[in-house]
Ligand binder design. Sequence first.
Ligand code: C2E
Ligand code: CA
Ligand code: CA
Length: 624
Amino acid sequence: MKIDAPEMLARSNRVLRTLRAGHRALLRATGERQMLQSMCEALLEERRYAVVWIGYAERDDARSIRPVAHAGDAEHLVARLALSWDAARPSVSGEAIRTGAPSFGRRLSSDPLLARWRDDPAHRGFGAVSALPLRVGAEVIGCLTLVAYDADAFDPTEVALLEELADDIGYGIAHVRMQARHAEAERTIERMAFRDPLTDLPNRASMRLALAKARERSRPFAVLSIHVAHFDEISDALGRDMGDRLLVEVARRIGPLAGAADDALARVGDDELVLLLTDVDAEPACDVARRIVEALFGPMDFAGTKIDARSAIGIALYPGHGEDPEELMRRAKVAMHRGSTRGGYALYSGLHDDERRRQLALIGDLRRAIDADELLLYCQPKADVATRRLCGAEALMRWRHPRQGMVSPTLFVGLAEHAGLITPLTHWVLEAAFRERHRWHRAGLEQPLAVNVSARDLHDPHLVERVRGLMATWGTQPGWIEFELTESSLMEEPESVIGTLVRLRDLGIELMVDDYGTGYSSLRYLQQMPVSGIKIDQSFVRRMLSDADSAAIVRSTIELCHALELRATAEGVENESTWRALAELGCDAVQGFYVGRPLPVGEFEAWASASRWGGAENAGKARP
Ligand code: C2E
Ligand code: CA
Ligand code: CA
């Protein structure tokens, strides 16, 4: 049959209208099913098609095509089709899925692909069928099938437009699925903000809130710090899982003594629980402590292993021993140490606040440490996942205390931040890092070096000028130095921080969000920051193979990063299997003991040129 020009025009107008209706359906979509359904209905609006349906290719043995949405004279029909995308059971829809190209059945009376249609009296009025593959990424996940009354339907113009529409549907599915995953991950992050993910007990943040709430009632209460003995040995010998199960069991035994409130017992550290007892003073608090010690006495049975989980308990009382939630927890812990030497429990006594004295002494020492040359710079490599090559390093501070030996930065950086000492420390690190990066350049090692910058530094009015000065002094090129900023530091007065960040970026300092996932901010919000990458916190990465929540967070953080055109780096990668899982998720870079431990900065170059990650072409080569 010859088709004249006006008829052609009318046809393509109809198809265009269909396309527009389809786009409207996509834009309004809230869920996957609903989107597909309204898509089918939109396609039917023009009354050109008799049946429109969407089927997903199942990966089952029969390779069945599962109808997920349909419209038109389809109810009984689609359900009865029982199609497959197996080559042995040909069908128009199956062929589209198998080949990834549009497929057609034009002559109902003779086309073998239409055999099963022909036998059904219900479809005698149908003229032609076409199926278009639906893709999510590179994978064909199903097909869109249209049945027309007109035997001449599906000319090239129409098919081109339908293909476009099928692409849009595929994109729509991917988008809706990604949104669902992100919503799920954000819910998980929110939940994890107040839960210990391993035991599902409330966490420290939750206890802090509970204590603040208790304080508002202006009645006395007691804070019990409960230390579970042998947690480390058990975790080392039998695995972290066993250690966590031990804590769950301890919590279960304490439960009946803990009172009604479900936020009264929290896990605040690896081996430390805190119990809040409201409306009590010293005597009943000690009474509960004694009963807990008794309840935990006697071994626990773990898969045939008898574990002795006796505990030590310290008690701090509000308001006598402090007002601030953190202070109360800390003092209860100080008392707990005394309890452990007494084989049970102890009440806090101000005279024993040696912890506080130790901290004060350490702050005094830290003030002198910079001038006394006690600070050292270490470097930890980062590797590019795609190339398996070194792609940068993080500068980490170390403090060699003259009497106490190496002091962990997790301890002294926190102390310095509290004591207002972080600015001189950061100055020291910046000096050291710029100098080092210049040496690398002379040695032909062209890798970015990342410096950790604290929240307080971002509010230091001299920071940008200092960086500008260092760049001039050391001839630093854009991209040589990066800053790692924690999520929480970016969220503190973000308006004023953004100005500083923009000026740093304009100087050529790349900015990374550190410890992502622990600050409970939304990546969408971070999008407004001039950052070029995200470092996923090690707590999620290290658990991703054993804990589904962590895996979901890692996966969707990487996805969202890429959607925002940010680079995703995973921290705390300790083994090949984690590396592989991250590679599969498309993570860009990795840092962790698997690639290399932090090294004294002087040893880094040698490591880089000798290691399988660095190798001769990246490192150690003198410049001609
Ligand atoms: P961070 O910035 O998250 O640094 C990563 C920490 O994880 C480092 O601990 C590193 O040694 C450790 N780590 C790296 N890979 C692995 C792994 O595979 N497994 C395990 N278990 N740990 C791994 P480090 O050096 O003790 O530093 C602790 C924190 O102290 C840093 O955490 C950072 O927040 C702070 N810090 C260190 N140096 C500086 C500094 O120069 N300035 C500031 N402001 N903070 C610093
Ligand atoms: Ca860092
Ligand atoms: Ca980190």
